[in-house]
Design a protein around this ligand. Structure first.
Ligand SMILES: C[S@@+](CC[C@H](N)C(=O)[O-])C[C@H]1O[C@@H](n2cnc3c(N)ncnc32)[C@H](O)[C@@H]1O
Length: 270
């Protein structure tokens, strides 16, 4: 959906394409998860040195090339021990990091001058078939959506466990306040990911929708324990999750997730 490993316009491709036997640009992926992105980058840019960092040890799904390695550690505990980088990437980690502003300061410190930080984060909450964010709704409304109702319940339950979740800022806002004003430019784009295999003239969108649908089918059951644990009535949780699952299984409602892609280029000098 991004049209490649890096957003066009971020300058990351240009940095990595300059790699040679003498110059090995360095890439860090924070919260690398399965490591699949890191492996793809290392294959595409054999002259780059790519590091995937995660709290949990990574078991890559395919064997990593020699210019790629994984580190286990907490990004919030500091990045300096991993060296300096030309490109730093973080996808879907905002919700897991307690102090993202402090992490951005650390990122700026380990980026080389004119290096780029790229953040890719899904917005919390669903968008409807017109790609408009859902407003308040109640059962019986013509466009009532169970998946949205489930999303709202998830949000409320998560906020109860972690009140700071309510104040989650977007990454562009956070970067705008990085200490020392290290960013020469902050820019970005957005895209909408279909939540199901809906009709689409766009092949990439159709495949993304199929993959999202597989994940979405697991969500209602996966949220049951969280909702029950945060005090929701068991009968309500059963009905909510059953109705949402039926809606997802049968693609009764067309929904999208909005993703924000932000990149920040570090100033020419430290
Ligand atoms: C939702 S997954 C995203 C994985 C991958 N970036 C992707 O887009 O497929 C979030 C990952 O970030 C990792 N993570 C969260 N907080 C972290 C931290 N403070 N330091 C390192 N990794 C972290 C989690 O362990 C998890 O693997």
């Amino acid at each position: 959906m991004l049209g490649g490993l890096f957003p066009a316009g971020s300058g990351a491709q240009e940095i990595l394409s300059r790699g040679s036997d003498e110059y090995k640009p360095r890439v860090l992926d924070i919260g690398t998860g399965s490591g699949a992105w890191v492996i793809d980058v290392a294959i595409k840019y054999p002259n780059a040195e790519v590091v995937g960092l995660d709290l949990a040890p990574v078991t890559p799904s395919s064997s990593p090339p020699s210019n790629c390695r994984f580190e286990t550690g907490d990004a919030s505990a500091g990045l300096k021990q991993y060296g300096r980088f030309d490109v730093i990437h973080a996808r879907s980690v905002l919700q897991g990091v307690k102090d993202y502003a402090a992490l951005c300061t650390e990122i700026a410190e380990v980026l080389n001058p004119q290096g780029v930080f790229i953040s890719v984060e899904g917005e919390i909450g669903l968008h409807d078939k017109n790609k408009v964010k859902y407003g308040p709704q109640k059962e019986g409304d013509p466009d009532f959506c169970w998946s949205q109702e489930l999303t709202m319940a998830y949000l409320e339950a998560t906020r109860k466990r972690n009140p700071s979740f309510s104040n989650l800022k977007n990454v562009a806002e956070i970067l705008g306040t990085t200490a020392g004003d290290p960013w020469g430019a902050i820019d970005g784009t957005t895209f909408f990911l279909p939540c199901g295999p809906y009709e689409s003239g766009n092949e990439t969108e159709r495949i993304a929708g199929q993959l999202m649908h597989q994940s979405a089918l697991k969500v209602p059951k996966a949220l049951q324990a969280l909702l029950l644990g945060s005090g929701y009535d068991a009968g309500y949780v059963n009905r909510l999750t059953e109705m949402a699952l039926d809606e997802i299984e049968n693609c009764r409602v067309i929904n999208f997730l909005k993703w924000n892609v932000i990149w920040a280029v570090k100033n020419k000098a430290d």
